[in-house]
Design a protein around this ligand. Sequence first.
Ligand code: AMP
Ligand code: ZN
Length: 665
Amino acid sequence: MNIYKERILELRKLIDHYNDEYYINDKSVISDREFDNLLNELIKLEKKYPEFDDLNSPSKRVGGGITKKFNVAKHTYPMYSLNNTYTKNEVIDWDIRVKKKLGIDEIEYTCELKYDGASINLIYEDGILVKGITRGNGVEGDDVTLNVKTIKDIPLKLSGKFPKRIEVRGEIILPLNEFKNLNRIRQLNGEKPFMNPRNTASGSLKLQDSNEVAKRPLKAFIYAAINDESVDISHYNSLVNARANGFLIPDSIVRANSLDEVFGFINLWRNNKSNLNYEIDGVVIKVNNINYQKTLGHTSKFPRWAIAFKYDSERATTEIKSLRYQVGRTGSVTPVANLSPVLLSGTIIKSASLHNEDQILKLNLRIGDKVFIEKGGEIIPKIVGVDQKYRGKESDKIRFIDNCPECNSKLIRSKNQSNHYCENENECRPQIIGKIQHFISKEAMDIDGIGNETVIQLYDNKLIKNIADLYKLKFTDLIKLDRMAEKSINNLMDGIEKSKNNPYEKVLFGLGIRFVGKTVAKKIIEKFPNIDNLINASYDDLNETNNIGDKIAKSLIKFFRDQININLINELKYFGLNFNKSDKTLSSNILTGKSFVISGTFEFHTREEIKSIVELNGGKISSSISSKTSYILAGKSMGPKKKIKANKLGVNVIDEKEFLKMLEL
Ligand code: AMP
Ligand code: ZN
């Protein structure tokens, strides 16, 4: 096939795929800029080779931005883009144009950071938040009111003085530390990490379930407050007022009376932006006087009274030497480019992750290509483009591998997934090692005296090939290994022995079942208090359990259907690991004859756990207080009615600590 036609078809497929991911699955797999690059490449090629035209090409569709799921709402005032510049000269030209049009020589600007997130338009009537709308296509967007109501920085009710109706605009962002934390947890749960904070913020805003949105620690930075009453004549003051109304306006905003001051601001944040706990992609300079803004007006795309100055991310150019593929604990295969070493932001970069096959196709990569790499907000450098002047040979075009680089089994990429997986989980080296490393990790079994390196050493010396083998290690075998002294062996053996006391939930999480993270493991245990219940559970039993659902249910079924895993669990049981929720919880008659009423929530146990502790020790649970009640076990936020009744009947009220003490006797 003609190579241009091939590329056109490839681009259409990719763009369609990203559109589906974004509009149907609410996932932003790539940044807007990367998306635009692809689209522009397609448009260019289609123009040059009209013989390959197709009415269904994604380039023919009008850019939307509105998902089908939310109601569409119109903006009272359109939400424009900003005119982007990258050089000081462009800012100078803009300043000249503005002054000329206004017929003045001096002007006051407001300088703000350009927060990199998702824009939102908030409408307040009589001080009450009535609507939150995404930017969408600028004229209309998605009504995401329920979702924005979960964001704590957005007041539901305004404080102080406010006009009857006000539109407040801002950027929803995800702070960097929260982003890292979210990804850490996702990875622990075997989920794919999010690409960057910006996409995570905009994806979160479009989640269907506002309870889920509430769990994302989003913030809202406000950059405009518009009202019809025009009481403020300065943009800066309107922001100060908005701050008094309860909005979050970053302290970085300043007024500038000259271009010098504007450039001072630009330089200040070029040097300091890496200290912020959020990403910015430049600064925004705005004419401060709102009457002037009105006079200047808009083009069809952006206001003439504002301009964005974008910082070029630090970039370097280097060459792709070769490609390698990394296999993770769950079998996911990640392509990594080996680069000619190059200095970028103070570190020497030798490789860059390419994430998945789509990324390779998107960049149309060949070995030998000169590529641009950036460090951006992410820690791992990223290939952002190919220098078209120095392309590798067409014949060196990179094709994703078909077989696992480690064990040679056929890779699987299922529909709706961007990653390839090696499914030979029990014989593929990095998967075996990864699983054992997961088992010993702090979050799982927290085994002292053994680290990731030791796991590799033990595996390579054929002393372990699964987690059960850890419990078979012998001093006499270990002492033969390099770097293993008597003391460290004793530590290791102690750590392993101690791990047998870990509760069932740690063991279950340690098994490393795909999608069964820490929280999920806890939830599972509440419903299935021992592993045999869980092994025998049907898909329906699992799927009906709160917080489990289809994906996790399928993964559990698949795991327990594999006889190798059942054998492994039997071995672990034999070594004395806990596969029973109540295994090591006290079991006694201490509470026989006593009845408990439980109220509120507790620090060390869930209510369910408390109930089973009472019952396992012979006590009884009842739901209402009577003269027969022996104790009221009061947690946080115990209901006031219960308190009054307890006092009246003279029933003992104890807290969780006192309760646990009772059991120690
Ligand atoms: P662009 O998406 O590059 O056209 O830039 C316009 C977008 O920048 C707006 O829709 C806002 O979401 C965003 N933005 C971030 N910070 C600011 C700011 N301080 N003032 C105006 N817009 C901002
Ligand atoms: Zn493999």
